[in-house]
Design a protein around this ligand. Structure first.
Ligand SMILES: Nc1nc2c(ncn2[C@@H]2O[C@H](COP(=O)(O)OP(=O)(O)OP(=O)(O)O)[C@@H](O)[C@H]2O)c(=O)[nH]1
Ligand SMILES: [Mg+2]
Length: 292
């Protein structure tokens, strides 16, 4: 039997989390069109009785910047590759030319000497950079490649076949019926963050984090009570998130409740508010906690 931890790495917005969700068949990792959506190591588990088990670790998009918060996220990528991974799935967006970040990432990957599968994603749209990417891969002597569309779920069986081929021999790492090891608190925070950032534009998504302050389950009535706060950096951002007459925060709450209702067996009742936490991205302890 095969098993192992598979690091999913690539530039921001390459489609890593979309791909993970498509492979697992559940929303384990949130997605959005704005870059740097994923902030943590997000695990999704795929068990195939005949082949074995692969535990995927989705990571933040690899992006070079001096900002502290970003540096922390790059440490998440680095430690996943160096400490956690048994094999690597490197996702490249076929519509973008390989740049400096791809160069840095590929040298980090090659240094690990781990089995590698390179996945060219977004085969459903204009593959403007395809030829350029293949030439670049040839220059790095990388042959193990596959083209997929995470969004259209194309090429995924073949991708899984290739991953099991390169995975090491081993026993199950998690019970076979698990598809993630995330805590309820983390999943709730991530779903609220997804519903929030998908309603915001430009830089605002980076300014948001979610604090889940209380979860209570009423077994008798089968209700989960959640109290959570959308934390932003400025008073002006608070207004944007709340929306005119509180319309937007109400929408965020209602759609979060709906999404969480698909994950948990209880009915969801949520108290959701917006709070300002100035310059939270520069607060070391908070950031470490959020990215752990
Ligand atoms: N057309 C097309 N769009 C895709 C595909 N896969 C992902 N996308 C889109 O690309 C955007 C980014 O997707 P994510 O899955 O959040 O990307 P990511 O690599 O996890 O991004 P970060 O977490 O920010 O690093 C979203 O708008 C997706 O809908 C695909 O196969 N085809
Ligand atoms: Mg992601």
């Amino acid at each position: 039997m095969k098993s192992g931890f598979c690091a999913i790495v690539g530039r921001p917005s390459a489609g890593k989390s979309t791909l993970l969700n498509a492979i697992i068949g559940e929303k384990v990792s949130i997605t959005s069109s704005s870059p740097q959506t994923t902030r943590n190591k997000v695990r999704g588990i795929l068990t195939k009785e005949e082949q074995g088990q692969i535990v995927f670790i989705d990571t933040p998009g690899y992006h070079n910047s001096e900002k502290k918060f970003n540096q922390y996220m790059m440490e998440v990528v680095d430690s996943t590759l160096v400490e956690d991974a048994d094999l690597i799935l490197y996702v490249i967006d076929m519509t973008r030319s390989p740049g400096r970040e791809e160069e840095e990432l590929i040298s980090m990957i090659l240094k690990t000497n781990l089995p590698l599968l390179l996945c060219l994603n977004k085969s459903d749209v204009a593959k403007s950079a395809k030829e350029e990417i293949y030439t670049w891969l040839e220059s790095k002597n990388i042959q193990n490649t596959i083209e997929v569309s995470a969004a259209k779920e194309k090429g995924l069986d073949e991708l899984m076949g290739q991953l099991f081929d390169i995975a090491p021999e081993g026993e199950y790492l998690y019970p076979p019926d698990y598809y993630t090891d995330q805590t309820p608190e983390f999943r709730i925070a991530e779903i609220i963050r997804e519903e929030t950032i998908n309603r915001l534009s430009q830089e605002l998504p980076h300014s948001v984090y979610i604090e889940v302050s209380d979860i209570e389950i009423d077994e008798e009535k089968n209700i989960m009570w959640i109290r959570a706060f959308i934390q932003v950096e400025k008073e002006s951002q608070k207004g944007i998130v709340v929306g005119k007459g509180g319309k937007q925060i109400k929408e965020i709450r209602q759609s979060s409740q709906k999404s969480l209702g698909k994950i948990f067996t209880q009915r969801i009742h949520m108290d959701l508010r917006v709070k300002v936490n100035p310059k939270w991205r520069r607060k070391d302890n908070l950031v470490k906690d959020l990215l752990s």
